[in-house]
Design a protein around this ligand. Structure first.
Ligand code: PEP
Ligand code: MG
Length: 322
């Protein structure tokens, strides 16, 4: 089977009726670029920068960050790289950032909320990203956005950083795509408005499932309730894709669902433009997508949206995959 998959290296990702989608890899460190290239990822769809901040005793400075981002952009050799700004809090803690204990960390002071409060931390990352932008094709993405105000404020701070660098005589790329994650239902529900202010969305199903269904993604006791086939989650995904497309924007997905062979046919049918997954899943996903008909999956996914139970949806998918 491994040999079979190797044959997919260098092959374009497109359905039998010629719908092209982008297959990208998720990475946590610059070293992971190698795996994405080996598996012929067409880009990096999610670089989780929080690993740069973890397992150390203080914040990485601008220079350290710049070196890491530059290395990833150069390593990908012109292929697009989505770098997500700091997504700390929730399940990811920093020893050196003492934060008060929270009753509901996943609903608390985390990710973009923390960055918009601690603008000093945010700015050092944004400056590093802007400086690195000339070394490849950078896409900047904000995590956990739950309102229009947060998105606009994030973009404003990014512009401030750009202006600072220009004043310092430092070159930055003028064509950086700016996007945001859709992980919170409130963002999905106003995605028609948000789409006017971004170049792309990337759907984070790991969190979107948790917030839509009120099921803690870490809680083993209710793991059976944490389900990517939940019809409410699927409807939100479809809504986000349609809203973005109406504004001419593209939509990716970087949650676990993007690499799941049962989800891929539905996501394809919904019109998802980019799938980002762990590197080892890329060639398998390409093989599957290249065997499917976009038109048929569109019909199939429309039908899926009329079903009210996750178990039934999964059964329908099992049937069509047979
Ligand atoms: C997600 O929520 O789906 C996601 C990709 O982000 P993380 O898993 O890092 O929370
Ligand atoms: Mg998330």
């Amino acid at each position: 089977e491994k040999e079979e998959l190797k044959k997919m290296v260098g092959v374009p990702t497109k359905t039998i009726d010629n719908r092209h989608v982008e297959l990208a890899g998720n990475i946590g460190t610059p070293n992971d670029v190698e795996g994405v290239l080996k598996n012929d990822g067409e880009g990096v769809g999610l670089y989780r920068t929080e690993f740069l901040y973890m397992d150390r005793s203080n914040f990485p400075n601008e220079e350290e960050q710049f070196i890491a981002y530059k290395s990833v952009l150069e390593g990908m050799n012109g292929r697009p790289v989505v770098i997500r700004t700091l997504d700390i809090g929730g399940d990811k803690e920093l020893d050196y950032l003492k934060l008060p204990k929270e009753m509901n960390p996943f609903l608390g002071y985390r990710a973009i909320r923390l960055c918009l409060d601690r603008v000093d931390i945010f700015k050092s990352q944004l400056r590093a990203l802007l400086r690195a932008s000339i070394y490849g094709k950078l896409r900047i993405m904000f995590p956990m956005i739950s309102s229009l105000e947060e998105l606009l404020r994030s973009k404003e701070i990014l512009e401030e950083c750009r202006q600072e660098l220009i004043n310092e005589g430092i070159e930055t790329d003028n064509n950086i795509e700016i996007g945001m994650m859709i992980e919170v239902p409130s963002a999905a529900l106003i995605s028609d408005i948000l789409a006017k202010h971004v170049d792309f969305f990337s759907i984070g199903t790991n969190d979107l499932i948790q917030y839509t269904t009120a099921v803690d993604r870490m809680n083993e006791k209710i793991h059976n309730l944490y389900n990517m086939f939940n019809p409410a989650v699927l409807r939100l995904i479809k809504l986000v894709i349609d809203n973005a497309h109406k504004e001419g924007k593209w939509v990716g997905m970087c949650g676990e669902a993007a690499g799941d062979d049962k989800m891929i046919p539905i996501l394809l049918g919904f019109g998802l433009d980019e799938f980002s997954m762990s590197a080892i899943s890329i060639l398998k996903a390409r093989k599957q997508i290249n065997s499917l008909s976009f038109e048929k999956m569109k019909e199939f996914s429309d039908k899926i949206l009329t079903i009210g139970s996750a178990a039934e949806i999964e059964e329908e998918i099992n049937n069509i995959l047979k």
